[in-house]
Design a protein around this ligand. Sequence first.
Ligand code: F55
Length: 835
Amino acid sequence: TLADGREALQCPTLVEDDRTGMSPETLKRAFLDNLFYLQGVNRTNASPYNYYVALAYTVRDRLLRRFLKSTDTYKQEKVKLVCYFSAEFLMGRYLGNNLANLGIYDLIKEMIEELGLDFEEIIEQEPDPGLGNGGLGRLAACFLDSLASLEIPAIGYGIRYEFGIFHQMIQDGWQVEIPDNWLRFGNPWELPRPDESVEVKLGGRTEIYHDDKGQERVQWLPERRVLAIPHDTPVPGYKTNTVNALRLWKAEASESFNFEAFNAGLYDQSVAEKMDAETISKVLYPNDNTPAGRELRLAQQYFFVAASLQDLIRIHLKSHKNLQNFHETAAIQLNDTHPAIAIAELMRLLVDENGLEWSKAWAITQKTFAYTNHTLLPEALERWSADLLGKLLPRHLEIIYLINHFFLEDVRTWFPDNEELLGKLSIVEEAGWGNKQIRMANLACVGSHSINGVAALHTELLQKDTLKEFAMLWPEKFYNKTNGVTPRRWILLSNPQLSALFTEKIGDDWLKDLKELRKLEQYLDDPEFRQRWYEIKQANKADLAAYMLKTRNIEVDVNSIFDVQVKRIHEYKRQHLAVLHIIALYNRIKQNPQIDIVPRTFIFGGKAAPGYFMAKLIIKLTNAVAEIVNKDPDVRGRLKVVFLPNFNVSLGQRIYPAADLSEQISTAGKEASGTGNMKFAMNGSLTIGTLDGANIEIREEAGAENFFLFGLTAGEVYAKKAHGYEPMSYYKNNRELKGVIDRIKSGYFSHGDQELFRPIVDSLLYDDQYMLLADYQSYADCQEQVSEAYRDRDKWTRMSILNSVRMAKFSSDRTIWEYCQEIWKVNPVKISLED
Ligand code: F55
């Protein structure tokens, strides 16, 4: 096969093409060429990073033909494009994933090893592209993998942050944030497309004018303009010809604009304007589940949304004469409300810039957008002050008021004299003293044809609580789309040994259809199979143990239960509930050093938002407890506590396969879905969890007998709150719990300092919003059941197998297929490489 360009040039075809050839000789030559000609180094002086770059280009070359063919096919066949609008894409490393999806992982690994190089070391050179905070950003990445693997025409639109999520270090037990300069050495995966740049306007004011037909119209007179430069990263499907694009926008100064100041001799001003423009795509806001409310954040949101819509309109107008049927070209999914300003922007483009009638434009807009909600925490719902929004986007504020006006007018005709209902539904919240707030979730609901939650319980609670007025108004708009994760990254790449066992027994169809794994249930009673299962888990644990020794200098016992909680640090996720239990076990040992305790290694990982004081204090507490427990001779290695710094996608790939126990212990009704829970279970971890988010469905699939359930239900949490919850009574009535809290209070973990952890102690005793004390005993009892189960290796292994092979529902292929059928109404498009 030839690259398109060379075919056009009619190059001689005597030798296999260096850019596409797949024979070991050609791959080697291409790799060494990329070392020498792209980087100016050779085998004597190349660094591992040079080898990584050479290999990355070798792989990228082999993606490009399919990439361009996919784009061309979508254009020619005028297909409907799925457009995933997301402020975050937490992609993880590309190299291994692209090799796996191209089906050349083993081939390349052998080629590299034949050259006497260390493949693993080369893979690890790639910086983890951390353009996201947590679950929401990673979900977007899993969805892109599934879209391409299912051969769905799709594009991911977002921001090319120059700095991704900060790098976390732990110093003296505290989190320290280091900037993530991931582009410092370039990025071999992206293709800048400066010729497809667009301008984005900001600030200024609006003005009424009369068009040539005498019609009254509004125009926006912006104060400044920035350039949006697209950078495309190919996203290949697993063993398909489909290669979709992740199109991320970089902000730069718009030269023409900047030149005016420059030529007027205002050099300083022109430099300042350039820097202001570039600030927009400078850094990812590191908050999950707490919006920042800053002007720059709104500028980021509008920037990528405005650029993406212009891009889509350009694509549409290449094959259609007008925008009447724009919704047939693009199905836009809003990943939370971060891109919801797109609703006002599309209205502006249709009405102001293309002269469509309001009602026509509104029908198109509603048919184009669909909205995914990711949170039930009321404080996490985005609101913008009308003043701030109007300053940056004056025309959008007017449009939002108009949308709200027409919407409330409709509601009034359906429900006359119901001002209370109107107040709840209104996009504009009157916060008093003329302080208006724009509720982005309300805007997203009104402007979309579909509203979905991310797990069954979450969708139910959205309809019953958070968005109940909208559910009453438009029940037909609500969908559940339980989240999923891609088995390519989260099984095949992360756990090669388990993957090899699967494929040996049932072939490799499971990678495209995870239901296939059910066939492995026939081996449940096969002692040899169970032995291999156990050995694979132990090998993965040994790998992680080596990593912990190397990075943290902590020695752990691979025969202990690896009890793991990795996720963003948040009070509702209750990392500190696990810490309370560790202290309880420690206290039991201190009271009776001879006590028979099943050895455990408690592993934590996760970042705290830099401004989230309590989350940072929870990290400090975890490390403080680790310090005492790990060195206490009475413990004699039976308990170890390890906080692994800088939890990210790559570290996740090491951790999930090595876990025995997955901690999913959020307060019921608070975790929308969770997706780490799925990654653990697929890799044979058992879950200890509450009836929250997707835990409920995981338990249903795995079987209740294979799941360690504890805690209040969402309904019980709600009822308890309503009847006046008193955490102090749990403290007073539970001796062990009191002992645990008193131990913290006494300064035992803080060198005698009784103030350090007081905010945690006080929040537990006097408020306990997330009901740790109410769930404590149930959790501790459940952990006893875990220990007893682990004593019986055979029983544990059977449960582990059943968890893993029953997780088909949680493949993001299933999730995406449901979005395609029910929300986007799109079908697969085959990409042919024949011309
Ligand atoms: C990021 C920025 C803001 Cl302003 C708000 C939220 C976030 C964020 O990262 N949210 C997030 O990750 N939410 C999670 O989404 C997952 C995918 O749907 C869910 O599984 C998880 O329950 C939810 O917390």
